[in-house]
Design a protein around this ligand. Structure first.
Ligand code: IMP
Length: 423
């Protein structure tokens, strides 16, 4: 039963889209299992750029069935616009499968995301304001609307009436906003249901049957380990489980089906939104990473905070995900630097930490303990053989491997499909 999980090891934006695109060549299914349109996956195919946030990146590979499983929260408007965009650009999304159990992002979720962030002021999370957190909140409060509810207009209306009554009280009395009317929401979402009907199915059964037939399933993580609701830098996290366990709960399969867990790590580090970031740079080196790495969010366009690679955090990702291998991305961005720093431990409140600290207070006070290694300062963006890389680049890769105890099997040196070193 060959199933592989691909996930982010850092704070997102590691380049998972291009990794999945590469691996989906051999996959029969590419599965999104958590998150929603807070994710932004960019894939470049022969100079053409595809930015996806709801449809799994695997859709770009012919023969690979894209699946949106139960753990995802779905904004139907966004999903439909991506289906239309792909169709217009000659990519056929007709094989897309959507779980009937996936929860739906409603207009009040988006509204609440925005007003709650505003209410938090300087303590805001820096969310993508797509309604992700409020949609998951309703899911766990058992007042969410699922895709299947949209196909039973009476149930949908009853549920919506109940939940909207409560949301309107919160919107008007807590946040001083105008209430929302039920009529236009019903009409809008019933129209979405019609558009999404051909794709809606039992995705857990579909994947189970596919695996039983020996088909290959690729789980495509969104966000990343340090944004995990349970294992990330809470509360500056997303509202789902992007770690390996989330692939199973989010898709309705058991752990025996997994044979590989591939962690995607950028050769340096970035974060959007607020929250601790021990190796963050506020100098020219950080500026170079932003400029050369094009570190602006796919979804919100926000400038990403950048810093040196953090091996304490990467070892943590190896641990909580049982990583079997690593895909290192954007190594070419580091070609700019004479020397490269890598954090191998932290000091905080008078103590040294080799392991990612559990306590928020400790993490906030962390200062990185760096190793400094020589850079290569030469263009590596056309290299596809490991042995052709400058020796300093090879040493950087081997140094990381040695420190994390997991092999680095792929290194990307540019955004194009071909700009890849496979070891
Ligand atoms: P939310 O997921 O929109 O609720 O945002 C919560 C936190 O996760 C914020 O810091 C966001 O910037 C961050 N976040 C959510 N999705 C992504 C992503 O795909 N890449 C990077 N950061 C993300």
């Amino acid at each position: 039963m060959p199933a592989t999980i691909v996930l982010g090891t850092q704070w997102g934006d590691e380049g998972k889209g291009r990794v999945v695109d590469h691996l989906a060549k051999d996959a029969d299914f590419a599965v999104r299992f958590q998150g929603g349109n807070n994710a932004g996956h960019t894939i470049v195919v022969e100079g053409e750029r595809f930015a996806l946030s709801m449809v799994p990146s695997g859709v770009i590979q012919p023969g690979c069935v894209p699946v949106i499983a139960s753990g995802v929260v779905v904004d139907p408007k966004v999903l439909i616009s991506e289906i239309d965009m792909l169709t217009e650009r000659g990519v056929d999304p007709s094989e897309l499968k959507l779980s009937a159990n996936a929860h739906v992002i409603m207009p009040y979720h988006r509204k609440l995301d925005a007003v709650m962030e505003r209410h938090l002021g300087v303590n805001n999370i820096g969310t993508t304001r797509k309604g992700i957190g409020p949609a998951y909140t309703d899911k766990y409060a058992r007042q969410g609307i699922r895709i299947q509810d949209l196909y039973d207009p009476k149930i949908f209306e009853d549920k919506l009436e109940l939940v909207l009554t409560e949301k309107n009280k919160i919107l008007t009395r807590v946040y001083n906003q105008l209430p929302m009317e039920i009529g236009p929401i019903l009409e809008e979402y019933l129209a979405y249901a019609e558009r999404l009907a051909p794709y809606t199915t039992d995705t857990s059964l579909l994947l189970f049957q596919g695996l039983a037939e020996g088909k290959m399933v690729l789980f495509e993580g969104a966000q990343a380990t340090l944004l995990d609701i349970d294992h990330g830098t809470y509360p500056f996290v997303t509202s789902s489980n992007p770690t390996a366990g989330g692939a199973l709960t989010g898709s309705g399969l058991g752990p025996k089906v997994i044979d590989k867990v591939i962690g995607v790590a950028k050769a340096y580090l970035s974060r959007v939104g607020t929250g601790p970031f021990p190796t963050e740079l506020h100098d020219a080196a950080g500026e170079t990473m932003v400029e050369v790495g094009g570190e602006f969010g796919t979804v919100t366009g926000r400038r990403r905070r950048c810093g040196w690679l953090d091996l304490v955090a990467l070892r943590y990702a190896v641990r909580v995900n049982s990583l079997t291998e690593v895909f290192l991305t954007k190594l070419d961005v580091l070609s700019e630097f004479e020397t490269i720093k890598v954090a191998n431990a932290y000091t905080s409140l008078g103590e040294t930490y080799d392991e990612f600290p559990r306590q928020q207070r400790v993490l906030y006070n962390c200062a990185p303990v760096y190793d400094e290694v020589p850079g290569w300062q030469t263009d590596i963006s056309a290299i596809t053989d490991f042995n052709d890389l400058p020796k300093e680049a090879r040493r950087y890769i081997e140094y990381i491997e040695h420190r994390i105890g997991v092999p680095i099997k792929w290194v990307s040196v540019g955004a194009e499909r071909s700009q890849l070193v496979v070891r």
